[in-house]
Design a protein around this ligand. Sequence first.
Ligand code: DX5
Ligand code: ZN
Length: 220
Amino acid sequence: RMAPLLAPSLLAADFGNLQSELERLADSAADWLHFDVMDGRFVPNISFGLPVLQAVQRHAQQPIDVHLMIEEPQHYLSAFRDAGAANITVHYEACTHLHRVIQQIKQLGCRAGVALNPHTPIWVLEDVAADLDLVLIMSVNPGFGGQSFIPNTLRKVAALKELLVDSGSAALIEIDGGVTMDNAAALVEAGADALVAGSFVFNSPDPVATLATMRRELET
Ligand code: DX5
Ligand code: ZN
């Protein structure tokens, strides 16, 4: 088993000190920086958007993993690429023409991801799986950090793993929401390749040490 990629979610960082937050993450076990964009329409909360991403990009040492929890993401893809996104993940539930959106993200030179809400079955991705670089399984209802992990996610990850293998897809499986050391090993066992963690990392006394512990304990 390979150690999963670790993607701390900046939603839980100190926004008044983003530069120093990013500088201390620079030498940490973080592989990606997860950036949660919320529009107050697709999800019942508003977070941050393009100008903040530009600022993050100036100080980030890791690729930025942008999670768009917004309606009509097709209008903003090139703007997010220009602002620094390496990965762009859109929600299945927000895209009527998902196939086209995936191609657009790839044409921009970004990794293309699709996120599924907890109620959305994995089989909706069957016909686009081979085109995807990333599938993000929401393990909480999107909109807020600090919620608790939905246990059914484990079964879902295992089923997705099978679907990806059957489709000949090389897409990575990313898990987002309520990830802690209580569920991380089981997620990796089920097939997760990347773990997002917000409150577990940033609400800990030493986020860099917490990331190091996750890396160490998930390596076998
Ligand atoms: C939730 C966001 C998550 C969030 C995770 O809508 O997509 O990325 O930041 O936070 P935790 O790890 O606290 O559940
Ligand atoms: Zn997220």
